[in-house]
Design a protein. Structure first.
Length: 52
């Protein structure tokens, strides 16, 4: 399990939690979690911008 926290400003935190079965997928999960977190944060930013 990986917990990624991004702080866009001094008042908010964006939390992305990624989990997977390491026994089945091995290091692929750990090697790709940063890329997937970046994509999740980018999606959050886009949705936030359209709601403003």
């Amino acid at each position: 399990m990986r917990l990624i926290v991004w702080f866009p400003d001094h008042e908010h935190a964006v939390i992305a939690l990624f989990a997977g079965d390491k026994a089945r997928i091995g290091n692929v999960f750990y090697n790709s979690v940063g890329t997937r977190a970046d994509a999740a944060i980018e999606t959050w930013k886009q949705r936030k911008d359209t709601q403003s």
